[in-house]
Design a protein around this ligand. Structure first.
Ligand SMILES: Cc1cc2nc3c(=O)[nH]c(=O)nc-3n(C[C@H](O)[C@H](O)[C@H](O)COP(=O)(O)OP(=O)(O)OC[C@H]3O[C@@H](n4cnc5c(N)ncnc54)[C@H](O)[C@@H]3O)c2cc1C
Length: 390
């Protein structure tokens, strides 16, 4: 990737940098680096931060202007991501809509659906949750059993989803349902949109290892939604869902990977103040190097999005496999640097940044497609190894 910036990009970078300098203050500065795409740590501060970004015109940069975006180029989006990581503000609260559902709708939605839903995401007025996984269908997503049928001019949904991130905050859910029970497994699925507070939809939070209650079970009992709330063709939702998951493994993770460098810098600062053994020095050097590799993988991914001959899905899998395993190792190192106090949580289960790294990084090997599934993808699609027996 060519990293030299044109004069226009330098001007854009300076504009972004100045904006962050002026706006990452007060509560936002006190919550630097807080949160992740799937958790609700400091959620109210992060929501206020999203509104600040929205007011400044810094959300959904690549979207068409008619839906509230800036039509920013891939290079501008990359510059923005790098500056975001440099400023290290709180993690955006409403990424489910901005980074996952929104891009999916841009690709597969009707003009009416885009006009109805996208501007509300940019204005941080409506939040979204992804209802794909089920108790019996995670890696084997096509095995899902939640059913929907057309009845009385609308869809009626029955079934159960699980691990729906931030569903307690969601106004809307996009739900993958079986709409043709007789079709082969990967066909006969449709992606439906339903209000999270519709009658027949029940959201039950699950408490996680970080003490948050951000991902949920969602039960549907004869829950109704209008007939036109289907994204993409009826019975062809597999294709739509794969588009959403590709985005999740790609650009969503880029933001998370770029900011890991500041976590490593915090670890180095903590180790310096507490004294450093030669072993710790070596491990910190390794962690710092791995954080740089994550950045380079992210830059390669952006290059592939600019259509320079690399397959973005393959690059996204490489980034995810490398970063999730490395981040777990970094979390373990952070825990060792913290020493015995790192084993204690504060009032109301308040975890500090290092504990958050140690505990939260474990989820990264699972969500958006597990590490083993990504390795299967790479083995089959990139290395041409024999397909796994099914
Ligand atoms: C923090 C977090 C947030 C999430 N948010 C959402 C969300 O918002 N919406 C949503 O729909 N889902 C969400 N998920 C669910 C996530 O997508 C699933 O957990 C994931 O796809 C794995 O599915 P599973 O949990 O059913 O595990 P399983 O599929 O049962 O896998 C169990 C183990 O078996 C391994 N395995 C399974 N199949 C194979 C295979 N073919 N080859 C090799 N190994 C295999 C897996 O790698 C894993 O180690 C979230 C998960 C986490 C952890």
């Amino acid at each position: 990737m060519d990293l030299s910036l044109t004069p226009e990009l330098i001007e854009f970078r300076d504009e972004v940098r100045t904006w962050f300098d002026e706006h990452v203050v007060g509560e936002f500065a006190r919550h630097r680096g807080a949160g992740a795409s799937w958790d609700d740590e400091a959620f109210d501060v992060r929501l206020a931060w999203d509104r600040e970004l929205s007011a400044g015109g810094w959300l959904c940069l690549g979207w068409p202007k008619e839906y509230g975006g800036r039509e920013a180029s891939v290079d501008q989006q990359l510059v923005f991501q790098l500056e975001y990581a440099r400023a290290n503000p709180p993690y955006r609260a409403t990424t489910q809509g901005q980074d996952l559902f929104g891009p999916t709708l841009l690709t597969f939605g009707t003009p009416e659906q885009k006009a109805r839903f996208l501007p509300a995401i940019v204005r941080v007025e409506e939040q979204w949750g992804q209802g794909f996984s089920e108790p019996g269908a995670g890696s084997d997503l096509a095995g899902l059993r939640t059913k929907a049928r057309l009845e009385g001019g609308g869809w009626v949904i029955d079934g159960q989803k699980i691990w729906t991130s931030l569903a307690t905050h969601a106004d809307w859910l996009y739900v993958l349902c079986r709409t043709d029970p007789d079709a082969p497994k990967h066909r006969g699925l449709s992606m439906l949109l339903i209000r999270a507070d519709a009658p027949g939809v029940e959201v039950r939070p699950i408490r996680n290892i970080l003490g948050g209650a951000d991902f949920c079970e969602v039960f549907f009992t004869a829950a109704r939604t209008p007939a036109d709330h289907v994204v993409g063709p009826v019975d062809n939702g597999w294709h739509v869902a794969m588009g959403a998951l590709g985005t999740e493994r790609g650009t969503v993770l880029l933001g998370e990977h770029l900011r890991i460098r500041s976590e490593v810098e915090a670890m180095i600062a903590a180790a310096r103040s507490r004294g450093m053994s030669p072993v710790l020095r070596r491990e910190l050097t390794k962690a710092w190097t791995e954080a740089r590799v994550m950045e380079w993988n992210g830059l390669r991914l952006m290059t592939s999005l600019k259509d320079r001959g690399l397959d973005p899905t393959v690059q996204a899998s490489i980034s995810k496999v490398f970063a999730s395993a490395a981040h777990v190792r970094m979390g373990e190192l952070a825990s060792r640097i913290a020493g015995a106090p790192g084993d204690l949580v504060g009032e109301n289960y308040a975890v500090d940044r290092f504990q958050h790294m140690f505990l939260g990084s474990r989820a990264e090997r699972i969500f958006g497609g597990t590490e083993q599934i990504q390795l299967n993808v790479l083995a089959e699609r990139t290395l041409g190894l024999p397909r796994e027996p099914r």
